[in-house]
Design a protein around this ligand. Structure first.
Ligand SMILES: *Cc1c(COP(=O)(O)O)cnc(C)c1O
Length: 369
């Protein structure tokens, strides 16, 4: 049976193969007599699951040895506090605001840093473009500079991470990559810390991934909760307290699935990136070529993962969504803060799913155009 195509922004679709395998192993993982949710995080069974997940992510994203991979809880929003508690040294921090998520991060950091500077913003464009890094004015001596590399709600994406050193800025770059992690390679030479909730592109909600350069660890504010102190989390291999064991297991299955993907000669993340480019081109091309739909984002800044779009006749919104559901195209309603529609086309969405959406867009326009 063909499952419906799920365009949710998060929690989002998980590759069917991963769900099947989790279902098959639910009652008895590898002959252990236990399901993964029932295992001690300190036993040898879970230890092997943990090691495989960590190694899987390290190899997929080519994470260099000087970076620690932490499996935490609390989601992206908790990291908005945990990052400044660990990295700000209660001093000055810089933000580039490019949409709702970086805006939230910037507000939260004000609780911990002595000063928060917005060194560039896309607000004047309604967050439809990204400010050119050449125009940023980083603060002297900032503890770090934060960006959100893919804005899930506004649908803008950095297709290249900024090179802060080229701007004469030696602060580490902090990246919220929640909604496009593992959709493309990461240039770690430009990154100090990257974090992301798992529920967009990696697995179930409840797991947060933090990849942090080791030299940035160890300066947490005294009030930082021990369970959120990167030093303690890293020294205890993410097991200072009970980690989100089920989420780590599911992430490991997803990393394994990702590593096996191919597109032509490309494998793993390179294959995923090719597929994601093809999916995005198909969908944006259809929207741009229509009379009924439009997307507001400047083409070079458009996200490959989250495609917000609008109907020129908004009175058709309900009919559009109902017709989509009938065709097995789920969760296309836009975020409440911007309205309209949004198709999130993460790694788990096959090209055939985007093709089905595009066919529907054309048919609906024909019927209502
Ligand atoms: C979803 C999302 C978050 C928030 O994650 P929570 O797990 O709900 O805290 C943060 N940043 C970005 C870019 C997101 O897409």
């Amino acid at each position: 049976m063909q499952r419906p195509y799920n365009f949710s922004a998060g929690p989002a679709a998980i590759p069917e193969e991963v769900l099947q395998r989790a279902a098959a192993e639910m009652l008895d993982w590898h002959g252990s007599g236990m399901g993964v949710m029932e295992m001690s995080h300190r036993g040898k069974e879970f230890n092997s699951i943990y090691e495989a997940a960590e190694a899987g992510l390290r190899s997929l994203l080519a994470v260099p040895p000087e970076f620690k991979i932490l499996f935490m809880q609390g989601g992206g929003l908790a990291e908005n506090a945990i990052v400044p508690m660990n990295l700000s040294r209660a001093a000055v921090v810089d933000f580039v605001v490019t949409g709702s998520w970086s805006q939230k991060s910037e507000k939260e950091a004000r609780k911990y840093a002595s000063e928060v500077n917005v060194v560039a913003s896309g607000a004047a464009s309604g967050f439809t473009t990204l400010p050119d890094p050449g125009s940023w004015t980083p603060s002297v001596g900032a503890s770090y500079l934060h960006i959100c590399s893919n804005e899930t709600i506004h649908g803008v994406e950095f297709h290249e991470l900024p090179d802060l050193r080229a701007l004469g800025c030696d602060a580490p770059l902090v990246v919220d990559f929640s909604s496009h992690v593992a959709s493309r390679p990461v240039d770690w030479s430009r990154v100090g810390l990257a974090f992301g909730g798992a529920q967009k592109n990696i697995g179930p909600a409840g797991l947060t991934i933090v990849v942090v350069r080791e030299d940035l660890i160890g300066q947490a504010l005294p009030a930082c909760p021990s369970a959120f102190d990167y030093r303690l989390v890293a020294d205890n291999r993410s097991m200072y307290n009970t980690p989100p064991t089920w989420g780590i297991y599911m992430a490991g299955l997803t990393f394994d699935w990702l590593a096996r993907q191919t597109e032509g000669q490309a494998r793993g993340i390179a294959a995923m990136e090719r597929r994601n480019i093809a999916k995005a081109e198909l969908l944006y091309g259809t929207i741009d070529g229509s009379q009924l739909y439009y997307n507001k984002v400047s083409p070079p800044c458009r996200s490959r993962m989250n495609v917000p779009f609008f109907l020129r006749d908004e009175s058709l919104n309900e009919a559009f969504l109902a017709g989509a559901r009938e065709r097995g195209l789920l969760q296309l309603k836009g975020h409440k803060s911007v309205g309209g529609m949004r198709a999130s086309i993460y790694n788990a969405m096959p090209l055939a799913g985007v093709q089905a959406l595009v066919d529907y867009l054309r048919d609906f326009e024909k019927a209502h155009g």
